[in-house]
Design a protein around this ligand. Structure first.
Ligand SMILES: [Zn+2]
Length: 432
């Protein structure tokens, strides 16, 4: 099959393609994966009875903890067939290792080739890669191989150093960049401070990785807005993870990341592991198709998204994923409402009177979640106090507790020696 066309197939044909690949996967892991062999035995799973996606949805799920605690049992090939050892940080502290064979690297190249084509890329483009290409980071090589397949020009500059990025843009004239959105903001800031006219440069588009640029209704969030207000470029969002070895990438329409149905099955599950309806938040659960080294079956990523299943205006028919709404572990159940930290961050970022903040979640005496916002206000006044309370009440329909703090107090909260990032979210809840 031509990989490019699979995203254009009818729903029924997509189902047929996936069900065929699924049966190959089940046969493969039942023989080669010690973890799944045991899981099937313990749950009396007879894989020969799993012929449809409906039957597939009754199989047990896999968690990140499974992958972390039994990492080697997921490996399906002998060590001599492994080419790349990628890794990703685990929730229990230890990193998770993902081993890739030659065919897995080819699959990764096809996925990113499709992604770049989806994001309007051609052999005529030159991409400046502003991301880590070593340190076992899978996305770096995935982009590189995808661009090789596309025949586009590649500038492997790596992350950081705005002055060098701009100097290289001036010299080599890339048409596109691949970067973390908050770094694009830093590029813009540097350009403004150094009299670089960003809108007259060769760059016309950016593939955005690692952070959301849109809200779930696909409008730009504050980050997306700030970038596009300053810089007249087209932004394309992507969603991916090391474990799934697959990326979901937006087309020109910017209405969610397109699924490549021949490479992965995606399900969105509620708390009882049942499928949610379109446009309802659920945990992204993936099944890799065609992976040899470490295939995953119904793997729960911990990311909460929504899906859209109507055809996209670009002509592609495959399912689309919304921006990440939050991490499942960070879900806050507050006075009958379900909240995720990114939504609170967006709201607070939008208020110019809020200079900085920390979201603090804790359990009250009856074990319910409480939200306390530590806010550094531009001015300490009763009027501001009233306006932020009214704003939050209107947006959230519930009122979190508010604690106004000083510059020193917020710095102390945000800085932690064990973490390289500023802390914006503190979770003090007692887990059961
Ligand atoms: Zn589309």
């Amino acid at each position: 099959m031509n990989f490019l066309q699979a995203t254009y197939l009818s729903k029924n044909n997509i189902k047929t393609v996936q069900e065929k690949k699924l049966q190959e996967l089940l046969k493969y892991i039942a023989i080669h994966s010690p973890f799944y062999r045991e899981l099937f035995a313990n749950n009396q799973v007879d894989i020969t009875t799993i012929k449809t996606l409906k039957a597939f949805a009754t199989l047990p799920t896999t968690t990140k903890e499974d992958l972390q605690q039994h990492n080697n049992d997921f490996l399906c090939v002998s060590k001599d067939r492994i080419i790349e050892f990628a890794s990703t940080s685990g929730t229990l502290g230890r990193p998770v290792s993902i081993a890739l064979t030659e065919n897995d690297l080819k699959r990764l190249a096809i996925n990113e080739y499709n992604s770049f084509v989806c994001a309007n890329g051609t052999a005529k483009d030159t991409y400046q890669l502003m991301l880590t290409l070593d340190r076992q980071f899978m996305a770096g090589i995935a982009y590189y191989f995808g661009l090789r397949k596309l025949g586009a020009g590649i500038i492997r500059l790596g992350p950081g150093v705005p002055s060098l990025q701009w100097e290289t843009i001036r010299q080599l004239k890339p048409t596109a960049i691949v970067a973390v959105p908050s770094f694009i903001l830093k590029l813009i800031k540097y350009a403004n401070e150094n009299n670089i006219d960003i809108n007259s440069t060769s760059v016309k588009k950016a593939i955005c990785i690692g952070e959301n640029i849109r809200n779930t209704d696909f409008s730009y969030n504050i980050l997306g807005e700030k970038i596009t207000e300053a810089w007249n470029i087209q932004l394309y969002s992507t969603y991916a993870s090391t474990e799934m070895q697959t990326a979901f990438t937006e087309c020109n329409e910017g209405r969610g990341g397109h699924l490549q149905p021949e490479l992965v099955i995606v399900e969105l599950l509620n708390e009882n592991d049942k499928h949610v309806a379109p446009k309802v938040p659920g945990e992204v659960t993936i099944t890799t198709l065609g992976v040899e080294g470490m295939p995953l079956l119904r793997y729960k990523t911990g990311d909460i998204c929504m899906y859209y299943d109507e055809p996209c205006s670009c002509g592609r028919t495959s399912l689309r994923l919304s921006p990440i709404i939050g991490r499942k572990k960070q879900m806050i159940k507050f006075k009958g409402t379900t909240l995720y930290p990114p939504a609170l961050f967006d709201m607070l970022n939008e208020m110019e009177e809020v200079l900085d903040f920390v979201v603090d979640v804790y359990s009250n005496e009856i074990g319910m979640d409480e939200v306390l916002l530590h806010i550094l206000p531009a001015e300490n006044s009763k009027a501001f106090d009233n306006s932020i309370r009214a704003y939050l009440q209107a947006r959230l329909r519930v009122s979190p507790h508010i604690n106004f703090v000083t510059v020193d107090e917020i710095k102390e909260m945000q800085f932690n020696e064990g973490s390289r990032k500023l802390i914006k979210f503190i979770d003090r809840r007692i887990s059961e």
